[in-house]
Design a protein around this ligand. Structure first.
Ligand code: ATP
Ligand code: MG
Ligand code: FE
Length: 347
């Protein structure tokens, strides 16, 4: 099926076009620069930017894909979770296009889309797939027997998301926003063993699949403060590398453990933090050692984009899932257990 997908849950206006598992277009307009001076995404600014970018980004995606809107088999849109006002822009646009063109509308879950996108890179998702979803707002281990209908959370963060920890540590280091990519870059020049930062929730009595990154963030901030108070220069690259090592160590350890415990042979990494080079390398090593096949999409497909929404929409069409009705709501706290949002009556 030929499906157009619209993503506006945060600060990226993404429109993608796919045919089944084939990526045809991935147009993204980001308002990240407008948020940088605030040190985080400002919801009102994001909504406004989506409104301005929406129509041009849809046109660009169709043009890049070399298809006309009339050829589409469906229009998919992120119905949640995310910023309410931002989601509303995408949902409204998707309804308008779908209604005007007489095409079925599919409201889909942003988190399930972060997983389903891997079909564009590596073909059909194995069933079940274990997914480590790590992004700016979420850090979860999910068991997905069917990405269109059955996604089960095994554990998640009890405080900060992994991406949030990257963003906060970058702020303390004075490296700007978003923090993930810049910490990744600095870490390449640093020593990951320079400082032993804490590994949250890895004690014998701790929950197996939950994460905690707020203690780590505080430990990094205290370490930096102590150096500054002593008048010493802060070794930015070593701090970045050691912090990144602590995050990736816990994430990969728990993900591999979850695969073994559940007899799952495939691990998928998704979400913005899956773009992290050290996480990808460490997961590769540990999965190989455990006989698990690792699947990670290219970095551009890990961060928010419309192609991932189109990928999940295409899977909905292929599996004959019901289209959403015109009452489809934007649900800012849509649970990960609902990959598909049929409409008002199910919200
Ligand atoms: P969610 O999907 O939970 O709604 P989101 O939509 O804000 O969150 P994504 O685009 O999926 O986010 O991910 C953004 C996050 O990924 C940011 O916190 C950013 O710092 C982080 N990130 C991006 N690239 C990297 C990288 N190379 N290393 C580590 N973190 C990264
Ligand atoms: Mg973003
Ligand atoms: Fe996201």
């Amino acid at each position: 099926p030929l499906v157009l997908g619209i993503e506006t849950s945060c600060d990226e206006t993404g429109v993608g076009v796919v045919r089944g598992h084939t990526l045809l277009a991935d147009a993204v307009a980001s308002s990240v620069d407008e948020h940088a001076r605030f040190g985080g995404v400002v919801p009102e600014v994001a909504s406004r930017a989506h409104l301005e970018a929406m129509v041009p980004t849809i046109q660009r995606a169709l043009k890049d894909a070399g298809v006309t809107a009339r050829d589409l088999d469906g229009i998919a849109v992120t119905a949640g979770p995310g910023l309410a006002g931002a989601l509303l822009v995408g949902v409204s646009a998707a309804k308008a296009y779908a209604y005007a063109l007489g095409k079925p509308l599919y409201g889909v879950n942003h988190l399930a889309s972060h997983i389903c996108v891997d079909q564009l890179e590596h073909g059909a998702l194995p069933e079940p797939t274990m997914a480590l979803l790590v992004s700016g707002g979420h850090s979860s281990l999910l068991l997905a027997p069917d990405i269109t209908a059955d996604v089960r959370p095994l554990g998640s963060t009890i405080d900060d998301a992994a991406g949030e920890a990257f963003d906060k540590v970058a702020r303390v280091l004075g490296l700007g926003f978003p923090g993930g990519p810049v910490i990744d870059r600095y870490a390449r020049e640093g020593d990951p063993d320079a400082i032993r930062f804490p590994r949250g929730l890895t004690g014998p009595r701790d929950p197996l699949y939950d994460f905690s990154f707020s203690g780590l963030k505080t430990a990094v901030a205290r370490w930096i403060e102590a150096r500054r108070a002593a008048g010493e220069t802060v070794p930015v690259a070593d701090v970045a590398a050691s912090f990144q090592e602590a995050v990736t160590d816990v994430l990969t350890r728990k993900a591999v453990r979850a695969c073994k415990d559940h007899g799952v042979e495939h691990l998928m990494l998704g979400g913005g933090v899956a773009a992290n080079s050290r996480l990808r390398a460490m997961a590769e090593e540990r999965c190989a050692a455990a006989g698990i096949e690792l699947r990670v999409p290219r970095p551009k497909l890990c961060t928010d984009n419309g192609a991932m929404v189109a990928a999940l929409g295409a899977e909905m069409v292929a599996r004959g899932r019901a289209a959403s009705d015109w009452e489809l709501p934007a649900d800012s706290s849509l649970p990960v257990t609902e990959p598909h949002v049929p409409g008002q009556h199910h919200a």
